[in-house]
Design a protein around this ligand. Structure first.
Ligand SMILES: Cc1cc2nc3c(=O)[nH]c(=O)nc-3n(C[C@H](O)[C@H](O)[C@H](O)COP(=O)(O)OP(=O)(O)OC[C@H]3O[C@@H](n4cnc5c(N)ncnc54)[C@H](O)[C@@H]3O)c2cc1C
Length: 427
C-alpha cells in the first residue's frame, strides 16, 4: 500500500466519505479511503438525486444552505459533469393538513432567509407544464436543485485522488486499532493502516461498526425502490414531490419513487426498536415490515468481530431487489398527474438500503472516547444533498479542531440522553 501511514483513514466511499477525503486532501492532509466494495456502490449512487433545503429539520437548514452554495460551484471545482440542475424543489400538497404543516415549516425557512414560498395553480403550471396536480397548491424553493448520483461521488473521489488521496476498493475495515484512549488506525482485509484520525462514514453499516467500540447507535435499514422511464418530452426542471418523487434527467428519462418503503426485519430492529417507536407511529402508513433471509444473514455481526468481518466480505455491495408492485403503482399515478407521460414505461429499476436514525438526523461529531474518531453517518434518506458540506465540516474538524457550523443537534450522545426522541420538523 502507498502513502502509508496516513494523516486520516476514511472508512466507506459513499458521498460522505468521498467528500470528506476531497476536502481533507484539499487541506493538504494525506488521506486513505477504505471501501469494502466499490466507490458509491451503496446508497450514494442509488438515491433520487434531490438536493433540497426545503422541508429540512430546522437544525439542518444552515447546513443545507451552505451545501447549496457548494453545489453551485461543484462542477467547476471537481472539473466534472454532475448533471447539476438548479431547477428548484416543489412539494404539491395532497390536502389542507399538508398545506398547514408546510405553512408552519415556512416560518423556519423565512427565519433563515430561504427563498421557499407557497405557490398556486398558475405557478405550478409554470414550474411543471401540463400536469393535473391537485387543488391544494404547493410549496416551492427556487434555489434548490438536483444532480446525478451515479456521477457525483465518483467525481469527488477522482478529484480527491487528484489532490493526493488514495482510494482502496475491495478493502473492508474489520476493526479500529486503539492505543490508550485514542484510535491509532484500522485493520483491513489488505493489512493494517496506521493513522491518528479515523473518519467513519459507513452508511448502513455504522451501527454494527460502532457496536464493536461499545458505542450504541440506533439505526435501522429501510429499502427504497426507484424506477426510471424511457426518455419523455421535457415537463419540469424542478425536482417534484407529489405523492411520488419525480426528477426528469437531462436525457429526458424520469426517475420516480414513492416515499413508502420496506423494512426488512433485522437484529437492529429488535435491539433499537424502542427508540423508533415514535417515528414508526408517525410514519405508520409509509413502512411495510418484511421477514427476509437478511435477518438471519446479518444477525451475528453486531456481537462478534469474526462474524462482522464475514458479513462485510459477503455483502461487498448491498443490492436489494426493488419492489416492482410499488413502482408500477407509482408510474400509474404519475400518468394520471402528467398526461404527457401516458406512454412511459419502466426502463430500469433498482433499490437501496437507507440508514435511519430515530430523529431522522445524522451524527456528525469528533468523539471524546476514543479520541481521533470522527463520525459522519445516519443521514436518514437525505444525505446526498448534504454530502459536500459534510465533507467540508469533517475536514474542518480534522484540520482546525472545530467545525465552522454549529453541530450540536448532531451529537452522538443525544440518543443516550434522550434529546433525540423528538422527531423534528422535517417534512
Ligand atoms: C432510494 C434512495 C433514495 C434517496 N434519495 C435521496 C435524495 O433524493 N436526496 C438526498 O439527499 N438523499 C437521498 N437518499 C439518501 C442518500 O443516498 C444517503 O443519505 C447518502 O448517500 C448516504 O451516504 P453515506 O456516504 O453516508 O453512505 P453510503 O453511500 O451508503 O456509503 C457507505 C459506504 O461505506 C462502505 N462501508 C461500510 N462498512 C465498511 C467497512 N467496514 N469497510 C469498508 N467500507 C465500508 C459501504 O460499502 C458503502 O459504500 C436516498 C437514499 C436511497 C437509498
Amino acid at each position: 500500500m502507498t502513502n502509508l501511514p496516513a494523516d486520516a483513514v476514511v472508512i466507506g466511499a459513499g458521498i460522505a466519505g468521498a467528500a470528506s477525503a476531497f476536502y481533507m486532501a484539499s487541506r493538504g492532509l494525506n488521506v486513505v479511503v477504505c471501501e469494502k466494495g466499490r466507490i458509491a456502490g451503496e446508497q450514494s449512487s442509488r438515491n433520487w438525486g434531490f438536493v433540497r433545503q426545503q422541508g429540512r429539520d430546522p437544525a439542518e437548514i444552515p447546513l443545507m444552505m451552505e451545501a447549496n452554495r457548494l453545489w453551485r460551484g461543484l462542477e467547476r471545482e471537481l472539473n466534472a459533469d454532475l448533471e447539476w440542475t438548479a431547477g428548484g424543489n416543489m412539494v404539491v400538497f395532497r390536502d389542507e393538513a399538508e398545506r398547514a404543516m408546510f405553512g408552519r415549516w415556512l416560518d423556519h425557512a423565512k427565519a433563515h432567509g430561504l427563498d421557499s414560498r407557497m405557490v398556486d395553480r398558475a405557478d405550478i403550471d409554470r414550474i411543471a407544464t401540463g400536469t393535473n396536480f391537485g387543488e391544494h397548491g404547493a410549496i416551492y424553493t427556487p434555489s434548490d436543485g438536483h444532480a446525478e448520483p451515479a456521477k457525483v461521488t465518483p467525481a469527488l473521489a477522482r478529484a480527491a485522488e487528484g489532490r493526493g488521496a488514495t482510494f482502496l476498493e475491495n478493502c473492508a475495515v474489520f476493526r479500529l486499532i486503539r492505543e490508550g484512549g485514542r484510535v491509532a488506525g484500522v485493520e483491513t482485509e489488505q493489512g493494517e493502516i496506521r493513522a491518528p484520525v479515523v473518519v467513519l462514514t459507513t452508511g448502513a453499516w455504522s451501527s454494527k461498526m460502532l457496536s464493536h467500540l461499545g458505542l450504541k447507535l440506533p439505526q435501522v435499514w429501510v429499502t427504497g425502490s426507484v424506477g426510471r422511464t424511457d426518455p419523455q418530452p421535457e415537463f419540469a426542471k424542478s425536482a417534484i414531490w407529489a405523492g411520488v418523487g419525480i426528477r426528469q434527467r437531462r436525457d429526458g428519462t424520469v426517475n420516480f419513487a414513492r416515499r413508502s418503503a420496506d423494512h426488512d426485519l433485522m437484529v437492529q430492529s429488535l435491539l433499537h426498536g424502542r427508540s423508533f417507536r415514535k417515528l414508526s407511529r408517525q410514519h405508520a402508513g409509509d413502512f411495510r415490515i418484511r421477514f427476509r433471509k437478511l435477518l438471519l444473514d446479518t444477525a451475528m455481526g453486531h456481537f462478534s468481530d469474526a462474524a462482522l468481518a464475514n458479513e462485510l466480505l459477503r455483502h461487498r455491495v448491498l443490492d436489494p431487489k426493488p419492489n416492482m408492485q410499488v413502482l408500477e403503482e407509482a408510474l400509474a399515478e404519475l400518468k394520471q398527474a402528467i398526461p404527457a407521460l401516458k406512454a412511459a414505461r419502466i426502463d430500469r429499476s433498482w433499490a437501496g438500503y437507507i440508514d435511519m436514525t430515530p430523529d431522522l438526523l445524522p451524527v456528525i461529531e469528533a468523539m471524546d472516547e476514543p479520541q481521533g474518531l470522527v463520525i459522519a453517518t445516519g443521514f436518514s434518506g437525505h444525505g446526498f444533498g448534504m454530502g459536500p458540506i459534510v465533507g467540508r465540516l469533517v475536514s474542518e474538524i480534522v484540520a482546525d479542531g472545530r467545525p465552522s457550523l454549529d453541530l450540536a443537534a448532531f451529537r452522538f450522545g443525544r440518543f443516550a440522553d434522550g434529546t433525540a426522541l423528538e422527531v423534528g420538523t422535517a417534512v
